[in-house]
Write a protein that binds this ligand. Structure first.
Ligand code: NAD
Length: 521
């Protein structure tokens, strides 16, 4: 029986009502292959976003616990990095099978802790599972290079070798996908890892650890600590941690990038976004409106690749009333209820922030075409719900445009030409994603080439690349040199070692010491 996955009182029930009459369970640490009760003095209550009932208590790991996690990872690195690549690949094949088998179970936990709908949570697991699947091709991806005969009897070859202990710090909005962007790639390359999941929904990470263990990944190779600011700063400063992968908000990402880099670590930091969808009047109206509604309000707008800003060119603006009508038909309810389109936001604070930003837009002159702020959800009076909200007459100097809203709010902007739209998007500091909706190939091509955003969709609203590519958000949405997963992932989690060897055909010895810089001849 599984320690974490097998605990129905923690992860099994979705009613939100039957929970914890008596005592609230705790989320464990995972250190050196064991799920351990923390000795923390500070605990964070984790609430079900649909009910605000406490689901579990998450520890702020003590310094000793964090040191133990890094110590276990450091200890495990020697042996793990010497395993054959086929052994590591075989672990990933088994992990792939186990995650697939447990997809629904993990999704239910995501709905409980994070709030998104069950089908959306299954997608969260699936998009991470695809990285596990891709990591199985490590035998081709981790190849080095060779160049024979660079001089007489001399050859050069390079290896891609692992870095050592790596750390992963993850956000609340994709509790399975984002840890899975990180640890399968890190571990399959021969590294060990300390993960620090979001304190708001660490359950999926704990389940994945249990599956990784079952897949044969040895004790100490993967470890999980919990907490927030202190745990993150510990990771930035600890000299045994060689690299940090971070996904989350801007100010935290910049802080980690700077503090981690200063401590000599490799850091990749995926941060906030403000993604624009551009709607040409020649677009397929039916498909475009459905895609806009799905991308703006799916996951209650809490996706870094959501489309919260729709830029209508020319006559396309005549579609806005129909867009509003479609948005108003979405069903707002708890994520565990069948047929739900829009679940709750992660916390009451997140809800307040979204409401405040919407109001700031109204106060600055924007028009509210659909206002979901006062939505009521029968059976869930205490949930953090906001219904689909649509604003128009939004200007680029408004706070609601400049800030990432991260809620079910679509801002409509109308402009005259494609050039106007491209200028607006390229002037925005973020570069995570964008999309154009058109039936004209030349328009799509021009947009693709002139837009300065790292991930572009053509009639695809949320263009998150599959893992044979990398997640290539750019400009203000990313700091670092190498992106997450795909070839970028292998580059991030390995460094090159280049060997120059001289094997003379016969035992000729040099007659004289070479004191000048060696040059290949
Ligand atoms: P967050 O920055 O609040 O939290 C991310 C991690 O940082 C968590 O593990 C948290 O414990 C830690 N943290 C929080 N505050 C901290 C502080 N003051 N000091 C040190 N560490 C701290 O982000 P979130 O709210 O969980 O996630 C939402 C954000 O993540 C959005 O901005 C979204 O755009 C972004 N995101 C980006 C991508 C991407 O790939 N670009 C993907 C998903 C989410």
């Amino acid at each position: 029986t599984r320690a974490v996955l097998g605990k129905p009182q923690v992860f099994g029930s979705l009613s939100g009502v039957r929970f914890y009459a008596a005592s609230v369970p705790t989320t464990k640490l995972f250190i050196n292959g064991k799920f351990i009760e923390s000795k923390a003095t500070k605990w964070i209550d984790l609430h079900n976003p649909a009910t605000n009932e406490v689901v579990t208590r998450v520890p702020e790991s003590t310094r000793d616990e964090m040191l133990a996690a890094v110590g276990a990872a450091k200890q495990a690195f020697g042996e793990w990095s010497r395993t054959t690549i086929l052994t590591r690949q075989a672990c990933m094949f088994r992990l792939q099978h186990l995650v697939k088998q447990e997809q629904r179970h993990i999704a239910e936990n995501i709905t409980l802790e994070q709030g998104k709908t069950i089908p959306d949570a299954e997608g969260d697991v699936l998009r991470g599972l695809q990285v596990v699947e891709h990591s199985c091709s490590i035998t081709s991806m981790q190849l080095g290079e060779t160049m024979p005969s660079v001089a007489k009897d001399m050859d050069i070859h390079s290896y891609r070798v692992p870095l050592g202990v790596c750390a992963g710090i993850t956000p609340f909005n994709f509790p399975a996908m984002i840890p899975l962007w990180m640890f399968p790639m890190a571990v399959v390359c021969g590294n060990t890892m300390v993960l620090k999941p979001s304190e708001r929904d660490p359950g999926a990470t704990m389940m994945l650890m249990e599956l990784a263990q079952e897949a044969g990944i040895p004790d100490g190779v993967l470890n999980v600590i919990h907490g927030s600011v202190d745990a993150v700063n510990f990771i930035c400063d600890n000299p045994d941690i060689k690299a940090i992968s971070f996904v989350g908000s801007d100010h935290v990402g910049q802080h980690i990038y700077e503090r981690g880099s200063k401590a000599g670590k490799r850091v990749q930091s995926n941060m906030g976004a403000k993604n624009h969808g551009v709607i040409m009047a020649d677009a397929n109206k039916e498909a475009t409106l459905n895609q806009l509604v799905g991308a703006a309000f799916g996951a209650a707008g809490q996706r870094c690749m959501a489309l919260p800003t729709a830029v209508f060119i020319g006559k396309a603006k005549e579609w806005i009333p129909e867009l509003v009508e479609r948005a108003s038909r979405l069903k707002v309810n708890a994520g565990c209820q069948p047929g739900t389109d829009v679940g709750p936001l992660i916390s009451p604070q997140a809800k307040d922030r979204v409401c405040r930003l919407v109001q700031s837009g109204v106060d600055a002159g924007a028009t509210l075409l659909l206002d979901g702020r006062d939505v009521t959800v029968p059976g869930y009076p205490n949930g953090n719900f906001i219904g689909p909200t649509v604003m128009t007459n939004v200007a680029v100097d408004m706070e609601c445009y400049k800030e990432e809203i991260f809620g079910p709010v679509l801002q409509c902007i109308t402009v005259d030409t494609l050039d106007d739209a491209i200028d607006m998007i390229n002037s925005n500091p973020y570069g995570n994603g964008t999309a154009i909706f058109t039936t004209n190939g030349a328009t799509a091509r021009r947009f693709t080439h002139e837009i300065d955003v790292g991930q572009v969709g053509i009639n695809v609203p949320i263009p998150v690349p599959l893992p044979m590519f990398s997640f290539t958000g750019s400009r203000g949405s990313f700091r670092g040199d190498v992106n997450f997963y795909g070839k970028g992932g292998v580059q991030f989690y390995t460094q090159m070692k280049t060997v120059t060897s001289l094997w003379k055909a016969e035992d000729a010895t040099d007659t004289k010491a070479q004191v000048v810089m060696p040059t290949m001849r």
